[in-house]
Design a protein around this ligand. Structure first.
Ligand code: NGQ
Ligand code: ZN
Length: 472
């Protein structure tokens, strides 16, 4: 027995576009029927609702620091005239100093308000699940809350309230740089020893199960986690759950590459591939700066490269060299990271545009299989995002979650276009999210014509929380 049904005149299945697709899901929100070339007359006669336009798999957002939504837009001014960074001015590192100042003011209530607003915005943009890379664990003095899982639980509640799928990744953070450099005072809210982290994971496992969330671990970076802690924490996680996801920031800034070389003689991605059991359970966030061999090895490892194009642009990280990585079938997905932008289409577009700008060519990431760039981008990012999320969100296929978005075939921008043209227009030539008619997770409609039922209340709480934090 299905709990819900939809008839899609056109739908983007993992293998490509299909016509007249009957979708059915069960009471748990899992797809039980994905039937192309179904009889549309029979479906209409049986009262199956018809989609307003082409149906796409919902997009997993593989990298988020929710609290940074409250800070987005507030560091777009010159804060440094001459610093110790090579450019002698504002950089990733001076941004980080300001961001830490904001993080130090955060309360549990503020985090929940900001995250709820953010997750609603994600749904409105067509993201149907999120991997939350969560590192503000402790109170302002750096002491654990009475319940050390306090902040994590706020994120689970926010995801539930918004209706977005959740992979919670508590972050292990111990040091300020390679070679076990002691943590800075302004990093005090992030710190846990390895045993405390394993205890936090054990505390969160039943909570995540109760919230239908997946639990993983995020060693923050090779800068923040010494080698021994990295291996012990990953082993501890995998003793609890052998398939749990592991995410790590890596090689985002040239300085990190230089520091890693000075410390170990090898580059960060190379070091990780040599010293950690990197496979399909891993997501290497950014991986911006790789040489040819690192790129080849990462592509063959099965791990996902977590690309965050708007944040990487905002922070001046560099451009991920995508063409050779994708040519070697490297897995990748997208994340909104610092939330300078919360837009699936803007991330995908900028990913392709970075390549065009660098190579002075067009349609760089089209493939032999997908002449349409947008088809390739969308399907790759869903597949990689699902692997990073370690949840069944890999697209419109039986056994996967009924997470999908419906394009608005009646909107003037899309009217009269077929599925591939509509998707290409949605990605490359639409403004805002007006071309989305509907967003569903687990079959439940969360957004209809841009509106989420809780958006007004969430918006008020967000604005109040941010005003309070800024006055603090
Ligand atoms: C973060 N964000 O953890 O929020 C980092 C900055 C760091 C990005 N890398 C801090 N985009 O990497 O040290
Ligand atoms: Zn990040």
């Amino acid at each position: 027995m299905s709990a819900g049904q939809l008839f899609a005149p056109q739908a983007l299945l993992p293998e490509g576009w299909a016509q007249d697709v009957l979708l059915e899901w069960d009471a748990g929100g899992d797809l039980v029927t994905v039937h192309p070339d179904a009889d549309s007359t029979a479906a209409t006669a049986a009262g199956v609702p018809q989609a307003a336009g082409p149906v796409l798999p919902g997009m997993p957002n593989l990298h988020s620091h929710a609290f940074q939504r409250g800070f987005a837009g507030l560091a777009e001014y010159r804060s440094v005239t001459h610093g110790d960074d090579p450019a002698g001015g504002d950089s990733f590192w001076s941004w980080r100093t300001l961001m830490y100042r904001f993080a130090l003011r955060l309360s549990p209530d503020a985090l929940e308000a900001i995250a709820t607003q953010l997750y609603i915005e994600m749904l409105r943009a067509g993201y149907t699940s999120v991997c939350e890379f969560h590192y503000v664990h402790h109170d302002r003095d750096g002491k654990p809350y009475a319940d050390p899982a306090e902040m994590s639980l706020r994120l689970l509640r926010a995801a539930k309230a918004a209706g977005i799928g959740m992979t919670l990744l508590p972050v292990l953070y111990q040091t300020a740089g390679f070679g076990a450099k002691p943590a800075q005072v302004d990093q005090r809210r992030f710190l846990n020893d390895t045993d405390a982290m394993l205890a936090l994971l054990a505390r969160l496992a039943p909570e995540c199960a109760a919230h239908d969330a997946r639990l993983g671990l995020a060693p923050h970076s090779l800068r923040a986690v010494p080698a021994e802690s990295l291996s012990r924490a990953v082993a501890g996680l995998h003793a609890m759950d052998a398939t749990a996801p592991v995410h790590i920031h890596i090689a985002e800034q040239q300085k990190e590459v230089d520091d890693c070389l000075a410390w170990s003689g090898v580059r960060p991605v190379e070091w990780l591939l040599d010293h950690a059991p990197v496979d399909g359970r891993w997501c290497l966030v950014h991986a911006t700066h790789m040489d040819w061999d690192e790129r080849r090895r990462l592509a063959h490892s099965g791990a996902v490269a977590g690309i965050c194009p708007t944040t990487e642009a905002n922070l001046g990280d560099g451009v991920f060299d995508a063409a050779p990585y994708l040519a070697q079938h490297g897995a990748w997905g997208i994340g909104s990271d610092s939330h300078a932008s919360v837009s699936v289409t803007e991330e995908l577009r900028l990913f392709e545009y970075g390549q065009r700008l660098g190579l002075q060519r067009r349609n760089v990431l089209a493939s032999e299989r997908h002449a349409q760039v947008a088809d390739r981008l969308w399907l790759d990012a869903v597949a990689g995002g699902a692997r990073a999320a370690a949840r069944p969100v890999a697209g419109l296929a039986i056994g996967q979650r009924a997470d999908f978005v419906v394009l608005d075939g009646h909107h003037p921008t899309l009217a009269g276009l077929d599925g591939p043209q509509a998707l290409a227009t949605h990605v490359f030539a639409s403004h805002g999210h007006e071309t989305l008619a509907e967003v569903r997770t687990g079959g439940t409609c969360r957004v209809q014509h841009g509106v989420h039922a809780q958006q007004a209340d969430a918006g008020r709480l967000f604005a109040a929380a941010r005003a309070h934090l800024m006055a603090d």
